[in-house]
Design a binder for this molecule. Structure first.
Ligand SMILES: [Zn+2]
Length: 291
């Protein structure tokens, strides 16, 4: 069996774990993906927040008991850690980024608006409204992921910026000269893997990555809109994983048609801000290269 194939089979037999929480020191997101052996009950992982000025290090412990996974921050067990565990059923189908993600996003949002008109119901706890929230997130998440991945992978200046960011787990990787000779694209590939494994449904992560890669934050400046956007991350998580109940068992009752429309227009603003940030960063690099 070829070395690469052995390596892939080894990767596939592991669980893909994704954790997100907010750094209790600075409030920047901590987002990490790592492998966990399904046969162990306890896994420790050192993670760093995405604060590019002053990074804070934490240790996350993931427990696997009676078929259930839970996660906590060792230094601060009170922190709410969002956890997703994936057995890679869809790994092989992972496609490359779409070439025109913004056009796809705009078309999908028009369709989504029509679906809100036709399908949503007044009750803020209805499963239809929750479905529309999850669909909205899927549309936005695909766009954020394709826009970031498609624009970063080819740009050495952005790659350099991201290599320095500890939160992405790339700063400490040591690669031998032999490996570089064998795989000249290894740096680009490793950055690509790190970026693909970020959780693009965590808007704080998307915001931080946009700042790192393109020099601009994309969360709304307006405090009310910002808080609606940030609060929706947890709502999505509870709708996807807990059937609309929060971790205390309380039902989300405020996912009304008005809330959905409001969030939809906030996401449109964020997508347009990211699109502008990408265009401006590209123009800056063009002029820098000429001068
Ligand atoms: Zn921090």
């Amino acid at each position: 069996m070829g070395q690469m194939k052995e390596y892939m089979i080894e990767l596939m037999s592991q669980m893909d774990v994704e954790i997100d929480f907010l750094c209790p020191v600075c409030g920047h997101p901590v987002s990490a993906s790592f492998k966990m052996d399904p046969d162990v009950d306890e896994h420790h992982e050192d993670v760093t927040c995405l604060n590019d000025k002053d990074e804070h290090e934490w240790t996350v412990v993931v427990l696997h008991q009676e078929g259930r996974y839970t996660a906590a921050v060792v230094e601060n067990p009170e922190i709410d850690v969002s956890l997703e565990v994936d057995d890679h059923a869809d790994f092989w189908e992972e496609p490359d980024p779409e070439p025109n993600p913004y056009e796809i996003f705009r078309a999908a949002m028009q369709e989504w608006d029509r679906n809100v008109d036709e399908l949503s119901v007044p009750a803020g706890y209805s499963s239809r409204n929750r479905m529309l929230l999850i669909t909205l997130y899927a549309i936005a998440e695909s766009y954020f992921s394709d826009a970031v991945n498609g624009n970063v992978v080819l740009e050495p200046a952005i790659q350099k910026q991201l290599l320095k960011t500890k939160g992405l787990g790339l700063a400490d990787i040591k690669i031998s000269l032999e490996t570089i000779l064998d795989k000249p694209d290894i740096v680009r590939d490793r950055i690509g893997i790190a970026l693909k494994s970020l959780s693009y449904h965590n808007l704080l992560v998307v915001d931080a990555v946009s700042k790192l890669a393109f020099g601009r934050m994309i969360l709304p400046k307006d405090p009310r809109e910002r808080s609606v956007a940030v609060g929706s991350v947890r709502k999505r998580h509870d709708c996807v994983h807990r059937n609309g109940l929060d971790s205390e068992g309380t039902r989300h009752v405020d996912i009304t048609p008005q809330y959905l429309r409001d969030l939809g227009s906030i996401f449109e603003g964020m997508a347009s801000a990211l699109e502008d940030a990408i265009t401006d960063a590209r123009a800056r690099r063009y002029f820098d290269a000429k001068s």
